[in-house]
Design a protein around this ligand. Structure first.
Ligand SMILES: [Ca+2]
Ligand SMILES: [Ca+2]
Ligand SMILES: [Ca+2]
Ligand SMILES: [Ca+2]
Length: 737
């Protein structure tokens, strides 16, 4: 029974899956550029256009890797998903040469095409093209995609919502986990934004990065979400959660919230955990009332209410710009059919609240509540900066109309951001706003602008970034990799880095047994006295306690031979080679005469050669050579000695002459244990014998399997270290007697 449970469960799940699927019968079409033209019976089509012509509501188009150039793809069935079978490898751009033709059109304004999803696509446009994605529906989703207008000469948003069609009465369009890039041709000068929201529908952006180049306009323009919504005037706020919005034109604002509609319903916008990086004279957020709808004289533009929490704005002219004076719609909006373009009197009330945010700029925010042509009673503009780090004037409401309240601080840009000049608004490890924004508030993003946990450490951090210490990166260089013993190598770890701030400490371990060395500069040098192959390690420690290591191999050549010495025999010593024992035994007298038998027994004495050998790197071996210089006339024999004749004593002069002759003849007698006798060899090539060495001491004992002769000998010793460096031999002359 135990074993059957999974099978039963699996079959019941299968049954549950099959029955509703049979009713829904959604079809997946596959687009494969290698397929024959048209669509096969197996629903494999060569082009997206062909598949799109076949789909019914709820179907999926799965697109294989390829670069697709097709006429504008207009999705007019509902809940159709176009998904890359190979995410990131499906590039789509329109082949249409008509000016401003989009690559995708989602919906047609009649209510068709709602619920379309684009997922995993790279969508581009030709130079004269329109938006990469034009939305004329609601409920659409662009997910995990990259929308690009690069080198474009036409001035269009990359992603634009046109919800002016009568079939659209509200709803939300979403861009999630995507990149939106607006890089117009450098020769052009346009004003189009990266994304343009709808007037009746909400725009929700999540985890999306927007980059708009210097020849275009704002990052995101939100014209409101409640224009002419008829009887169902429910404001659904625009929402930008997590992500970065970066604009490069000097005057470009990162986000604009505009109101020109004839509705009193608030145009609510929430920014949560977003980095706003405007142009050098732009604002992080501009909220402005535009003209009312001339067709609805006397009505007001809808009020604007913006909540910005955990937002970081810096690097621009000002954090916020509020303008309740009546203004004409900006150019990109006037291009949207149905947008009001005529300046007229009515304006709305603007309220922007920044909470636990970093609100920086070269100048303070601007708040313009009333301009000369503004006549509508009750118009107002109010900016509140609360519990934030801001360059706005503190202390009540300043002359410009900004109220700075709560636990506000004023920190210099350099003390906050990793690299503001490079538009990197991550917090430095030393930023004083870390852990200053308290607990997470219900409804807020649980993660920071880049998706890291909102609370790291004791509390959340002010602004969009929650500081999460990154490990440093260690780097180690040396002026050379190979030296001789006793030489010095310079090490340089100053190339180590930490993205959060400077590296705090460096610890060097040279690998040769010497003590580790600490440094705050990252540069040091070390003299290697030992030979060998070593791994030098540098450990770097950042201010947050993160560590990293880098290693470098070095080789130190052994140039010091071992030192070797002979301790026995002493120089010029005379060593008795034999023990002689004489036994006399009295025999029975013969004929009254005493008889004595004398037995002389000769044995080899214990003759031990000893010495020392040492080396810093260690001794591998010690070798001896024993040269017989001269012999007595008689052979010494272990056992019975018949007689002993001592050779004529040579004078020093005669010895010198003898050794000179030996050198001339270049033949010497060396002990050769292989043949167990003294063998003749060239004097320059002694026969060496390996001897036992332990703890820097060596010893060798003469054994009786060689017939030694009494006479003059020279013992030489040499040692080899573990690196193969051989010492010069040392010698001792002695005599066996
Ligand atoms: Ca924190
Ligand atoms: Ca972070
Ligand atoms: Ca770090
Ligand atoms: Ca050595």
């Amino acid at each position: 029974m135990h074993g059957r449970t999974p099978i039963l469960a699996a079959s019941s799940i299968l049954a549950a899956l099959l029955s509703p699927a049979a009713a829904a019968a959604a079809t997946t079409f596959t687009v494969d550029p290698a397929a024959p033209a048209g669509c096969s019976g197996a629903n494999v089509c060569r082009t997206i256009t062909e598949a799109n012509a076949k789909v019914a509501d709820g179907d999926t188009i799965s697109i294989r890797a390829g670069a697709y150039q097709e006429p504008t793809i207009a999705v007019t069935k509902n809940d159709v998903t176009l998904v890359a079978a190979d995410p990131g490898k499906v590039a789509v751009a329109t082949s249409t040469t008509t000016a401003n033709a989009p690559t995708f059109t989602l919906g047609d304004g009649t209510g068709a095409g709602r619920g379309t999803t684009l997922r995993g696509l790279v969508v581009g446009v030709p130079a004269t093209g329109g938006p990469a994605v034009l939305v004329e529906a609601a409920g659409t989703l662009v997910d995990a995609s990259s929308l690009q207008r690069s080198g474009a000469t036409s001035d269009q948003a990359v992603y634009a919502v046109d919800d002016s069609g009568s079939g659209i009465t509200g709803g939300t369009n979403t861009v999630r986990s995507s990149f939106v890039v607006q890089l117009a041709n450098p020769a052009e000068a346009g004003a189009a934004p990266g994304l343009l929201g709808g007037a009746k529908t909400s725009l929700v952006m999540e985890d999306t990065t927007v980059v708009v180049g210097e020849k275009s306009g704002a990052g995101v323009v939100l014209p409101g979400n409640d224009r002419e919504a008829g009887s169902a005037r429910t404001a659904v706020p625009n929402r930008i959660t997590r992500g970065t919005i970066l604009t490069q034109k000097a005057t470009a604002n990162a986000v604009e919230v505009l109101s020109g509609a004839a509705s009193a319903v608030p145009k609510a916008t929430v920014l949560d955990s977003v980095v706003l990086s405007p142009g050098s004279d732009g604002a992080g957020l501009r909220a402005a009332s535009a003209a009312g709808n001339p067709a609805l004289q006397g009505s007001t533009a809808g009020d604007i209410a913006v909540t910005a929490r955990h937002v970081s704005v810096a690097g621009g002219g000002r954090p916020f710009a509020l303008d309740a004076a009546a203004l004409p719609m900006p150019a990109p909006l006037s291009a949207v059919p149905g947008s009001p373009v005529t300046p007229s009197a009515p304006v709305g009330r603007i309220a922007v609240t920044a909470d636990r945010s970093i609100a920086h700029g070269r100048a303070a925010s601007t708040v313009a509540a009333a301009a000369g042509n503004q006549t509508q009673a009750g118009s107002s503009a109010r900016l509140t900066v609360k519990d934030s780090d801001t360059t706005d004037n503190s202390g009540g409401t300043d002359a410009a109309g900004t109220t700075v309240t709560g636990a506000t601080t004023r920190t210099a840009d350099d003390a906050l951001f990793r690299n503001l000049a490079a538009r990197d608004l991550h917090l430095k490890a030393s930023a004083p706003v870390i852990d200053k924004a308290g607990a997470q508030v219900a409804g807020e993003s649980a993660t920071d602008f880049e998706g890291q946990p909102r609370i790291t450490g004791a509390a959340s951090d002010t602004g969009a970034d929650e500081f999460l210490d990154s490990a440093p990166v260690a780097s180690l260089k040396a002026d050379r990799a190979a030296v001789n013993q006793g030489e010095t190598i310079a090490f340089d770890a100053t190339g180590s880095s930490d993205i959060d701030g400077p590296v705090a400490r460096f610890a060097f371990n040279f690998g040769d047994g010497s003590p580790a060395e600490e440094s705050t500069t990252g540069a040091t040098s070390h003299q290697f006295t030992k030979a060998g192959a070593f791994t030098v390690v540098v450990g770097v420690l950042d201010s947050g306690g993160g560590t990293a290591v880098a290693t470098l191999p070095v080789t130190v050549a052994d140039v010091n031979p071992p030192s070797v010495a002979i301790t026995a025999p002493k120089a010029s010593s005379r060593i008795r080679l034999f023990n002689v024992r004489v036994l006399r035994k009295a025999l029975k007298p013969v004929g009254g005469r005493r008889r004595t038998r004398t037995t002389t027994t000769t044995t080899l004495r214990r003759v031990l050669f000893t010495g020392t050998a040492s080396d810093e790197a260690g001794v591998r071996s010690v070798e001896l050579s024993l040269r017989r210089v001269s012999v007595t006339r008689s052979k010494a024999k272990v056992g019975r000695v018949v007689r002993t004749v001592t050779a004529k004593r040579r004078t020093a002069a005669r010895r010198t002459a003898a050794s000179a002759r030996a050198a001339q003849s270049a033949t010497c007698a060396f002990l050769d244990l292989k043949v167990k006798r003294f063998a003749g060899r060239s004097c320059g090539k002694p026969i060496f014998l390996n001897v036992a060495v332990k703890d820097d001491k060596w010893a060798f004992r003469l054994k009786k399997d060689v017939a030694y002769r009494l006479g003059l000998y020279v013992l030489s010793a040499r040692a080899t270290d573990v690196n193969g460096v051989v010492s010069a031999p040392v010698s001792t002359t002695f005599r066996l007697r």
